[in-house]
Design a protein around this ligand. Structure first.
Ligand SMILES: O=C(O)C[C@H](O)C(=O)O
Length: 437
């Protein structure tokens, strides 16, 4: 009876399986290891070529259905590593009639302790490069385009959910553009730490039972295969501590929080149509009935989906934090769940960013008159008089529309329009004071 059959009884049966990118990464590592061992003369080319062939099938997803071990398993990921070793050995026999030993041949010069932490790092870098980063770039570009388009659209500012001085929709969107651009930059910088992989460390970091140049050679082959630009890091760090993944997850947490805030603001602006703010329309959301019971209702479904994904990401990040603290001495002990959770974070945020960009930002139609009306009715507009008549006097007038107060003060309609023009309302300076001399 093979390892996997016996081990499955001992692991949890949570139903969580390893994500595609992690299986891809395990295939890449096995392929590189076989080639390195053959080049060092430690494995026959006949065996190496068979391992490389099947590992490529793993890379392409042919054997995803055979990677059956649960995520909640041995803390080193031995379950995953042995599952992959056995799939390669079985397939070699099945397809080529060549007998490979899962440990002696497929796992030659390796241990789960260096293979799995290497694989999950390269899986996360790949998912960042191919999925989340492009989605974020698109979100930042669309936020910028819409901020440019709406830079003169005045709306009420709100602090504590109460009337505040006006802003422009453009100012709000530029704020989010810069927040997401910063998340992008931070995450890109954090991938540098993930690039330092511990392959070649074997069981405890010393590299015993591997060729002295094995780790370096495997890294070179992986880079040639994937273009990921990984490096050989200190295995005594990379096998014992997964805090580089915790740092990356922290970057994802910040992104999730920015996503929550953006979606919540859009959701509030979209509230209504008659009993809420009604400041924007999101025509895409009408493609599906919002309610099974209330005909014609349109709900901000994409935003709500993205916000739930972001909430889940925050929970996954918490799991990564706890799992990263598991382990002692030579080995981290939360490796499988850290790999799985970080991958889920990346996948969910990539989905959320892509959908929010396309279905909420690109699709946004501001109700300019509604926004303008709220801005002019804001109780906080009286603040514009404070530099002239003082805070206490202005406070006595608070609660009355500024337009009315100015009229009473004897200003002409043209003068009032000038004061309430979008630039005066939303840019720095004491415009009224200078205007009145
Ligand atoms: O599976 C291995 O290669 C090693 C295992 O994780 C152990 O350290 O006991």
């Amino acid at each position: 009876m093979g390892y996997v059959t016996r081990a499955r009884r001992l692991f949890l049966e949570s139903g969580e399986r390893f994500r595609r990118d992690i299986v891809w990464a395990m295939g890449v590592v096995k392929l590189a290891a076989a080639r390195a061992n053959a080049e060092f003369g430690l494995l026959s080319w006949e065996k190496a070529n068979v391992i490389i062939y099947v590992a490529r099938e793993l890379v392409e997803g042919v054997h995803d259905g055979r990677i059956v071990v649960d995520v909640f398993q041995t803390g080193s990921g031995t379950g995953l590593n042995m599952n992959v070793n056995e799939v390669i050995a079985h397939r070699a026999l099945e397809k080529f009639g060549i007998s490979l030993h899962p440990n002696d041949d497929v796992n030659l010069g390796q241990s789960s302790n260096d293979v799995v932490p290497t694989a999950i790092r390269i899986a996360v870098i790949k998912a960042w490069r191919d999925r989340l980063k492009p989605a974020l770039v698109k979100l930042v570009e669309l936020l910028e385009a819409k901020a440019d388009e709406f830079k003169a659209v005045v709306k009420a500012g709100r602090t504590h959910l109460r009337d505040a001085l006006p802003v422009t929709l453009g100012q709000e969107l530029y704020g989010y553009r810069d927040a997401f651009a910063r998340d992008l930059k931070a995450l890109e910088a954090l991938t540098e730490f993930l690039r330092e992989v511990p392959i070649g460390g074997t069981a405890v970091g010393t590299g015993v039972n591997a060729h002295p140049l094995f780790g370096q050679k495997v890294v070179e082959i992986i880079n040639a295969e994937t273009g990921l630009g990984i490096k050989r890091g200190n295995p005594f760090t990379g096998m014992r501590l997964l805090t580089d993944l915790l740092l990356f997850s922290g970057g994802l947490r910040a992104l999730a929080v920015d996503m929550q805030r953006l979606c919540q603001d859009l959701r509030l602006m979209f509230s209504g149509p008659y009993t809420g703010l009604g400041e924007i329309d999101l025509p895409s959301q009408a493609d599906v009935p919002g309610s099974s019971a209330m005909p014609g209702k349109v709900n901000p479904v994409t935003l709500e989906a993205a916000m739930q994904a972001a909430a889940y990401v925050l929970g996954l990040d918490e799991a990564v934090k706890w799992a990263a603290s598991l382990g002692e001495f030579e080995l981290a002990m939360g490796i499988p769940v850290i790999g799985w959770a970080t991958m889920r974070e990346v996948e969910l945020l990539a989905e959320a960013a892509g959908k929010v960009a396309e279905l909420a930002i690109l699709d946004m139609r501001p109700n300019v008159d509604v926004m303008r009306n709220y801005a002019e009715r804001s109780a906080a507009l009286i603040t514009l008089l404070a530099p002239i008549i003082g805070y206490d006097k202005a406070r006595e007038l608070a609660g009355r529309p500024l337009r009315e107060v100015l009229k009473e003060a004897g200003l002409s309609d043209a003068e009032i329009e000038d004061i309430l023009n979008p630039v005066n309302l939303t840019t720095p300076g004491f415009k009224m004071k200078s205007r009145r001399g």
